[in-house]
Design a protein around this ligand. Sequence first.
Ligand code: CMC
Length: 391
Amino acid sequence: TGYITIDNGFKNTGSTKSSITFLDGELGILRYRGYSIEDLAEKATFLEVSYLLIYGELPTEEQYKEFEYEIRTHTLVNEDMRKVFEGFPVNAHPMGVLSSLVSAMSAFYPDSYDSNAPADTEMHIIRMLAKLPTIATWSYKKSQGHPVNYPNNELDYCSNFLNMMFALPVEKYEVDPVVSKALNKLLILHADHEQNCSTSTVRLVGSSQANIYSSISAGIGALWGPLHGGANQEVIEMLEAIKADGGDTQKYINMAKDKSSGFRLFGFGHRVYKNFDPRARIIKKAADDVLSKLGVNDPVLEIAKTLEQAALEDEYFVSRKLYPNVDFYSGIIYRALGIPTNMFTVMFAIGRLPGWIAQWKEMRENKEPIGRPRQVYTGPTHRDFVSMTDR
Ligand code: CMC
């Protein structure tokens, strides 16, 4: 085994070449297909960015219309999937439900999974983008004891999602453009992030030529973890705990510094960014904008700012180059949009979907070999079997 190098956590191992996302962790630069995240978040729609990630170029007007039309006309989900969904308990975590239902899509839409049939692959891609928001809203509706809303294909992607989330059959509901614009921005900021844990999972599962639904369902499972996308839920819960504790941010800073506490400052630190996460910068500004436009006064925003400042001035965080990441302020915006805490990571999944798809597609098109890391064995050498009566 002398030839095998161990790199736990793949801190210094490249798994692939990729032309999708560029990230410079020292300089805090993030670009999708060469376009800066700042530009895209300000000027593009989420579907434009999805097209860019998946097909490599920004769409022309005609391409965009066709792409959007395809997605709009596939938003309905097979009605029998609802029966699968109805079997879940009311308090099931929406991430567990999402990952299960995406996996179930492989049973409901079993057309050829063969990557040599591009039309089929295309259809799977459209279906996933179209149906994920529909499925995601079911969990919320169930938690409220309300009937689910069917998609409304007159609406754009973000407004359709908001309508399915918040409209009730008994009263008029109109999507607030401030809310749909904010959602559009958040989804773009989450759309891809090169070989992170969930994306690597999608590529690894897909490398066995498993179908795209199974691959992405596995990615959703990886995203759920508190060290990855699940951090956005943890952040709000942490801020709430600080608030309940009388706003004592220093106590939490001290706890995060104390390794024996097992506590980490959620929304802080990143494997690649050793400087400000550019997404966090945009989101922090957006949080201020959105809350003031919506007239929301959320005391946890102040707590978040105090906590951030204290950490940025603390030797422990400075010396380890720990800065706020994408998850630090996003929950505060989601909350102002009316999205419940246990749905935050689901929002991340909806945003990350085009990235997962693009990375899965790239991996298949490049005909990458099956992912199969090696190990260094550390267990016992040969032992003779001992029968149960002699143990
Ligand atoms: N609070 C306290 N200490 C920290 C934190 C934190 N949030 N993050 C890292 N450290 C310390 C860590 O203990 C280690 O210290 P030492 O060198 O003394 O052993 C040092 O900083 C380096 O950390 P690491 O764990 O080796 O770094 P990593 O690259 O393996 O982990 C991370 C990256 C994001 C998992 C980690 O920073 C973390 O757990 N952060 C909190 C969870 C979080 O916010 N996750 C979201 C990540 S961003 C987007 C996403 O994926 O969703």
